[in-house]
Write a protein that binds this ligand. Structure first.
Ligand code: XMP
Length: 179
């Protein structure tokens, strides 16, 4: 039996709080929200909507990033730029948007990549952070909620491309692994 960790209503509240914190810090500044595909999609869409209620104007772009195979990290983070504009992040305030912070290797690699491409500042916003898994010095600037070190799916998070469509987040049950 899967355990629902965060319902649709819980997630809405968490995203609204994150938007309020970002809007307070960036009011009057231009911001590029850079979503890490594929998992960021529902989170980023809801975050944008919430930011619009604070009248914070944002631009949105994406990177395609992968490291997970099934339910474990390969430790090798691969980044693919999707924007055709090579200088898309130069001198911009970039907030990297990711679904979950686990080992920190993704955020570490993406932050270094953006700094090398000339971003003015790089901040990060994650919906979830797994306790006790960070292998880096990175700390997300905006973090929705801390969760235990379990594999979760739903609200953009997948297991072999399944479960992304769920409107809530649940722990992947034993009998769903490799199902
Ligand atoms: P790292 O370890 O680099 O991981 O901080 C970030 C990326 O790993 C994926 N990830 C998960 N995906 N359920 C998932 O569906 C999980 O529990 C999980 N933990 C890590 C995710 O793609 C994230 O962007």
């Amino acid at each position: 039996m899967s355990e629902v960790l965060y319902s649709e209503g819980d997630l809405k509240k968490v995203v609204a709080e994150l938007a309020a914190a970002i809007a307070a810090d960036f009011m009057g500044h231009s911001v590029l929200l850079l979503g890490l595909l594929k998992g960021c999609q529902p989170f980023l869409a809801d975050l944008c909507r919430q930011l619009s209620y604070h009248q914070l104007n944002v631009a949105v772009d994406y990177l395609l990033v992968s490291s997970y195979v099934g339910s474990s990290s390969s430790g090798k983070v691969v980044i693919k730029q999707l924007s055709v504009d090579e200088s898309f992040c130069r001198q911009r305030n970039v907030i990297v948007i990711d679904d979950i912070f686990d080992t920190g290797l993704t955020l570490q690699k993406v932050t270094a990549w953006l700094q090398a491409k000339g971003a003015a500042q790089v901040k990060s916003c994650v919906l979830l952070s797994k306790s006790g898994c960070n292998q880096t010095e990175m700390v997300p600037d905006y973090c929705g909620v801390e969760i235990p070190a379990v594999f979760v799916v739903g609200y953009g998070l997948d297991y072999n491309e399944k479960y992304r469509e769920l409107p809530y987040i649940k722990v992947l049950a034993e009998n769903e692994i490799s199902a």
